[in-house]
Write a protein that binds this ligand. Structure first.
Ligand code: SAH
Length: 353
């Protein structure tokens, strides 16, 4: 028999009702594992008997196994390589920032159907949706690691493997628990969903969670270039995406982040800057420029030169736009944006690639 995961919404309530456990014990357990980052077996062991044994018998404490952990020698990134019950490997990244904004970057799928040219996950092809408990377990594990270091998890970003809006049902259930005061109790402002811009799904998501942060991977304001970089752009035109951005802005009343990967001579010329400025006119956006992390599967793509990057940034700022440049962690452990990939899950070797 496959036991239901403790992280699956409703499971703990079911066991509590079946054994008439004290609701206080369920609260204690949740507070320990989600708010304080206590390891699961330790949290369960603290419960009085018989709740302890009944829980341990009826509930699976993990739905992901830790295959490997790699700590960056350069910065505060730790990559976790996990394997689910379907024997698929996935990755999450714990990010320790000096400012105390300790974050975890979680995967919402194994693989990705968006197939963006510049992204290692996209180049893997196929996508398998992760279940809500698999998403939540990535967050719980990050919280446990940080706790052992005297740190606290503050932010969750859906920027790992996968397109969150292709798995909206599970992502929504996960987000609901991340901001639920009885579960992780994170501020919705500290949860961020990054999407290629699947407009209908995104609008539904924003209706349910207007306070959660939204980032849209724009990467260019020129349709033909976007289609070249992001095959899904052929289905959603930049015009349609812009209409969705206006609607989202109305529902959220706070700026939406537009992500812009800077690729040498692809989307960083003065003409690209002009197109982006025109696109952003009257939108309430914040541009996050992303230095490109080269990947093996796209040898022709290179990061913008420092001079071009500086010109592009200055051009945006002079037009009055809010601009930040992403600081990528974990380059040495292939944990930076776009570098998460796992080949052939069953035989995946652990070790330097
Ligand atoms: N599917 C979602 C979330 C995953 S990626 C999305 O596309 O938004 C998170 C961010 O990293 C996206 O903006 C993505 O375009 C960017 N990214 C992908 N590959 C990258 C690379 N090689 N270097 C830098 N950023 C990359």
């Amino acid at each position: 028999m496959v036991l239901a995961s403790i992280h699956r919404p409703g499971v703990l309530e079911g066991v509590r009702a079946a054994y008439r456990l004290d609701p206080q014990h369920v609260r204690q357990l949740r507070n320990a594992i989600y708010k304080r980052g206590v390891a699961l077996d330790e949290a369960v062991a603290r419960l009085p008997s018989p709740a302890r044994t009944q829980l341990a018998d009826d509930i699976a404490l993990t739905s992901l196994d830790l295959v490997d952990r790699r700590d960056s020698q350069l910065d505060g990134a730790t990559k976790l390589i996990l394997r689910n019950r379907a024997d698929l490997a996935l990755e999450s990244v714990v990010l320790r920032l000096q400012s105390g904004r300790n974050s975890v970057c979680v995967s919402s799928q194994v693989g990705c159907a968006a197939a963006c040219r510049f992204c290692a996950t996209g180049q893997m092809g196929m996508a398998r949706n992760l279940r809500v408990e698999e998403i939540l377990e990535q967050v719980a594990r990050a919280g446990q690691i940080l706790r052992t270091e005297g740190r606290r998890l503050r932010n969750v970003v859906f920027m790992g493997m996968g397109e969150p809006m292709h798995n909206r049902a599970a992502v929504e259930e996960a987000v609901a628990r991340l901001i639920d005061p009885a579960w992780f109790a994170l501020s919705p402002k500290h949860v961020l969903i990054s999407t290629v811009g699947i407009v209908d799904e995104l609008r539904r998501f924003v209706e349910r969670f207007p306070e959660v942060q939204i980032a849209v991977s724009l990467h260019t304001a020129r349709q033909e270039i976007r289609e070249r970089l992001m095959p899904l752009a052929a289905h959603t035109s930049l015009g349609e995406l812009r209409r969705a951005l206006v609607a989202i802005q109305r529902a959220r009343r706070r700026p939406t982040m537009l992500e812009y990967l800077l690729l040498d001579d692809v989307n960083d010329t003065p003409a690209d800057l002009d197109a982006l400025l025109a696109y952003c006119r009257d939108l309430d956006v914040h541009i996050n420029l992303i230095p490109f992390n080269p990947i093996d599967s796209a040898p022709a793509l290179r990061p913008s030169t420092p001079a071009r990057q500086a010109d592009f940034t200055r051009g945006l700022k002079e037009a009055g736009l809010r601009v930040t440049t992403r600081f990528s962690l974990g380059q040495d452990i292939a944990a930076a944006c776009g570098q998460l990939v796992r080949h052939a899950p069953r035989t995946s070797r652990v070790g330097p690639r």
